[in-house]
Design a binder for this molecule. Structure first.
Ligand code: NAD
Ligand code: TYD
Length: 350
């Protein structure tokens, strides 16, 4: 029995060693009848420590393969009859996509098509594509992205995600494949890789390093706690309509300057730590999600308050120094020096 009708449910999560994927694995394993396979090749952004607390579960298994590897994906889907795939595996950092877009096309576009075709061949019950509000491009001062907003991606990252969304929706129209697309706003919370704004600022703040602020710092992002996002993914999987898109967000718009102020306040730091740096090329000005469809049709409601969520997040990084100190060395250091070398103050190599 299944899709979602009862007895054990087998779910293949891709990218489950990353930030959001690891929270999703944890969330799914809270459901008593769910078995999770985590398909993750373990790029620089993946981390076995992210799932260390659940890796011993007899309802969890990790498959180390790339979603672009047709042979491996076919084998994995042949060996087990999955009720659902939730596809989070991606190259996810906009700044990296600006310096080298090809890995984004390979994983985000080609990898999604490899998964979709294998899911069809092996009759996987449902395919959930985890996408982003960035596919809609940039808003002016007013208005919100709805599911009907045109796709106008501006970075190689968002263009690759928009391409993947189109392939997923095409599979619904062409083959009647059971797909759902979710588009979420910016996430924050524990286990976020410290090249993204919030963990970069928190960890640099702990280390006494500068906070690079792009351009005038007035770009707006709509922040959602990662646990609210993964709750929404479970709802989209279990209650979403095939062929539909669901925007996910919590009406929590902040300029990057406001994010910095919140963190300065929580961490008790001086504003001198904020250093203006040249703007990101093609930097989207504002993202803001209208989540009313997900609220109405999925029963989604975010439960995390921004200030409390940020306090808890800061506390998590303060109490898990080993997690991020290990990351902030090696490959990360090279990226940081390429990106922020002009600040002349890279994180220490420990
Ligand atoms: P992340 O960079 O933290 O993690 C990505 C994971 O995917 C890593 O574990 C990595 O090892 C794995 N991966 C990369 N390429 C792979 C491949 N070819 N095969 C198998 N595994 C591979 O990313 P994240 O921030 O957790 O984002 C997860 C998903 O959610 C992405 O699809 C992203 O576009 C989407 N999303 C992210 C945000 C956000 O704010 N972070 C917001 C909305 C949507
Ligand atoms: P980021 O976390 O990279 O997410 P995204 O680009 O996917 O929204 O960046 C969030 C915002 O913070 C974005 O407007 C760019 C800005 N930013 C900085 O000002 N300084 C930084 O060092 C970084 C990484 C981002």
């Amino acid at each position: 029995m299944n899709h979602l009708g009862g007895s054990a449910m087998r779910i293949l999560v891709t990218g489950g060693l990353g930030f959001i994927g690891s929270h999703l694995v944890r969330r799914l394993l809270r459901e008593p009848e769910v078995l999770v396979t985590n398909l993750d090749v373990l790029t620089y952004a993946g981390n076995l420590a992210n799932v260390a607390d659940v890796a011993g579960s007899d309802r969890y298994v990790w498959e180390q393969s790339s979603i672009t590897d047709e042979v491996a994906v076919d084998r994995i889907l042949r060996e087990t009859q999955y009720d659902a795939i939730i596809n989070l595996a991606a190259e996810s950092h906009v700044d990296r996509s600006i310096s080298d877009g090809l890995p984004f096309v390979k994983t985000n576009v080609v990898g999604t098509q490899v998964l979709l075709e294998a899911a069809r061949r092996h009759q996987v019950g449902r395919f959930v594509q985890v996408s982003t509000d960035e596919v809609y491009g940039s808003l002016g001062e007013h208005g919100y992205f709805t599911e009907l907003s045109p796709l106008q991606p501006n970075s190689p990252y968002s263009a690759s995600k928009a391409s993947a969304d189109l392939l997923v929706l095409a599979a619904y129209r062409t083959y009647g494949q059971n797909v759902v697309v979710t588009r979420c706003s910016n996430n924050y919370g524990p286990y976020q890789f410290p090249e993204k704004l919030i963990p970069l600022y928190i960890t640099n703040g702990i280390e006494g390093k500068p906070w690079p602020l792009y351009g005038d710092g007035l770009n707006v992002r709509d922040w959602l706690h990662v646990e609210d996002h993964v709750d929404a993914l479970w709802l989209a999987l279990s209650r979403g309509q095939a062929g539909e898109i669901y925007n996910i967000g919590g009406h929590n718009e902040r300029t990057n300057r406001q994010v910095a102020l919140t963190l300065l306040d929580i961490m008790g730091l001086s504003p001198d730590i904020v250093v203006s740096v040249p703007d990101r090329p093609g930097h989207d000005r504002r993202y803001a999600i209208d989540p009313s469809k997900a609220m109405r049709e999925l029963g989604f409601f975010p439960r995390h308050d921004w200030t409390e969520g940020m306090r808890e997040t800061v506390r998590w990084y303060e109490t898990h120094p080993k997690w991020w100190q290990t990351i902030k060395s090696g490959e990360y250091l090279q990226f940081y020096q390429r990106q922020y070398g002009r600040l002349g103050d890279a994180p220490h190599e420990s």
